[in-house]
Design a protein around this ligand. Sequence first.
Ligand code: 1CP
Length: 344
Amino acid sequence: MALSNDLLLRVANRQSVERPPVWLMRQAGRILPEYRALREKVQGFKNLVENPELVCEVTLQPVRALGVDAAILFSDILVVPEAMGLPYQMVESKGPWFENTIDSPSDLSNLQIVDPEASLGFVLDGVKLIKGELNDSIPLIGFAGAPWTIFVYMVEGRGSKTFSKAKAFLYRHPEASHKLLSMITEATIAYLKAQIKAGVNLIQLFDSWAGILSPEQYALFSMPYISRICNAIDEVPKTVFPKGAFFARQALSEINCNVIGLDWNMDIAETKQIVNGRKALQGNLDPCVLYAEASVVKSETLKMLRAFGKDHIANLGHGVYPDTPLDNVKCFVDTVKEFAYTGE
Ligand code: 1CP
C-alpha cells in the first residue's frame, strides 16, 4: 500500500527526495510530557511494553507532538533475550537487570528457540494496531538489537562500564560465543520477519555496544551476524547502527544493508568518502546540541544537512536524552522539514 509520506523509504531505496526525512532515536519516551504522564499511571516499564494498546499509544505520541516522518515501534531490544529464556526487569532509574545470565558454555542449554508468534505476540499485536492508526500516512520502523549487543546483556546481565564479562567470554570461550551469537541471530531473524509480516516498513539493527570491541573482534563477532540477518531479510530496507564502531564503516558498505546509522563521533565528509555512495546515511547530530539555544540548534542542524547532502535521513547520533527541552526537539524537526535540496 502506498504511503502518503514515504520520504524515509525513498531515501533508504536511494530514490530522489525534495528534502531529507527526519525522526529521532528514542523519540517515544521521556522527552514527551504525555509519555511521563502515562508512565505514572502504568506501574513499570514492562507493563507498557507488553500491552499492545499502550505500545500503540506511546508509538504515536511523538508522531502527533513532533510531526516526524517515521514512527518507531515502542518496545525494547531486551524482549529477545527474554523470549530465549532470560527474563529481565527494568529497575526504575537504573536500567535493565537479568536474574539469570550466561556465565559458562553449559548455560547455553537453558536457552530456547524463539517462536515470535507464541512468545512475542504483544509486539506483533502492537504493530498491527499502530499500522491501523497510522493509516498509511508515514512508515513504521521495526527494530531489534544486533546479536553482539544482545550477547552483552545475556552475559553481563545489565549495562556496564567496562563490559569485561562479555569481552572475557569472547576470549575464553570463542566457540561458545559463536554458538550463542548464532542462536541470537536465528531468533532475531524470526522476530524481524514476524514484525515485517505484521506491517513494519523498515527495520533497524541497534548495535549499541559495537564500539567496545576492537576492529578485529568486531569483524569476528559482530559483522558476520549482522550480515547474516541482512541477507535473510529482503522484504524491507535495513538500517544498521553500529554505535561507536567507526572502524566498521568500510565493511558495512559492503554488506546487504541499505542505510548506515552514524553517531556524532563519525565525521560526515570522511564517512561519505569511505561509503562512496554505496549506502544511504542516517544521523548524526550530537544530542547535546539540543540543550543549546534555538538559534544554535538551527544552525548546527543546517550545517549537518549541508554536510550530508543527498541520500540522508536526518536524526541524532544516538537517542535523545530524556531532559532535552521539547521546544528544541521541535526546532530540530522543523529545521529539517523546512530545508529543501537545491539543484546541485
Ligand atoms: O520509561 C523509561 O524512561 C524507560 C526508558 C526506556 C525506553 C523509553 C528503556 C529502558 N527502553 C525504552 C524504549 C526503547 N528502547 C526504544 C523505543 C523506541 C524509540 O526509539 O522511541 C528503543 C528503540 C529501545 C532500544 C534499546 N533498548 C537499546 C538500543 C538503542 C540505544 O539507545 O542504544 C538499548 C541498548 C536498550 C536497553 C535499554 N532499555 C532501557 C534502558 C535504560 C536501556 C539501556 C541500559 C544500559 O545502559 O544498558
